[in-house]
Design a protein around this ligand. Structure first.
Ligand code: SAM
Length: 238
């Protein structure tokens, strides 16, 4: 199947490539630092892969890549653009958690969680598929509480498949990381070269980037965060 340019045009827009470059700078650095620390990374998932911009770079970084994408036509574009990477179709909002595939050493979860109806379930599933380390980048809502906002998705290929998505706060996301079983979580403290990650005069940071690991790691630019087992509060108290 040949894939039309309309399927991929939005993924190729200048602003899209700019945020990709900014995020890849961090991912590349983290991969190199993890390997330099002695961790063997041979296999990888790219979750919500789009047409393969990151999958291609993961492959160039000597990883055997299985890219998972919810839309068949976008996955097909990925097969054409990222030769040597395997592409599968997996819709995180319409699959059973029992469909989780066997763990791979490294997972990239960039730009997908905030497009999902159920980011917590997807994160748990991504966790089950991660053998060693996951790099997670997502949008967050600026609120100190453990909350999520229900957002309308734009109807195009770069967005959620369903019309609504849930965007978590940082605190809610941390609970999701706990539920996904990651014992060691690190917040990226490196400057990421895109306004979405910056605290601007008129806008809170819209995105963040985290490293989630099964074992403790020490990587420059990633600060450990303590995640306690969540406790239930009395939300109904007046
Ligand atoms: C914003 S793009 C991100 C692409 C790439 N990961 C990146 O960060 O640039 C979101 C991708 O997730 C895919 N997607 C949306 N909803 C999905 C779902 N329920 N399951 C799997 N993929 C989904 C979209 O088709 C799109 O390719």
């Amino acid at each position: 199947m040949m894939v039309g340019e309309s399927t991929t045009a939005l993924f190729d827009a200048d602003n899209y490539i700019a945020i990709n470059e900014a995020r890849w700078t961090i991912a590349d650095r983290a991969l190199k630092a993890l390997r330099a620390s002695g961790m063997t990374l041979e296999t990888a998932y790219d979750f919500g892969a789009g047409p393969g911009w990151f999958a291609k770079r993961l492959k160039q970084s000597n990883l055997d890549v299985l890219a998972l994408e919810g839309r068949e036509d976008v996955a097909e574009a990925g097969r054409q653009r990222a030769p040597g990477c395997e592409f599968g179709v997996l819709d995180f909002d319409n699959c059973a958690t029992s469909e989780a595939l066997p763990p791979r050493d490294f997972s990239l979860s960039f730009g997908i969680l905030y497009h999902l109806e159920n980011p917590l379930r997807a994160l748990r599933m991504m966790g089950a598929m991660t053998g060693k380390v996951m790099l997670l980048e997502t949008m967050v809502v600026p609120d100190a509480d453990f909350i999520a906002r229900v957002a309308r998705e734009n109807p195009n290929e770069t967005q959620g498949i369903q019309p609504l998505a849930m965007i978590l706060s940082r605190a809610a996301l941390a609970r999701g990381m706990w539920a996904a079983g990651f014992g060691h979580v690190y917040r990226c403290t490196l400057p990421i070269d895109h306004d979405d990650f910056r605290d601007l005069e008129t806008r809170h940071p819209r995105r963040g980037l985290w490293l989630l690991s099964r074992e403790a790691v020490s990587i420059e630019g990633f600060a450990p965060i303590e995640i306690e087992e969540p406790r239930r509060a009395d939300y109904w108290r007046k």
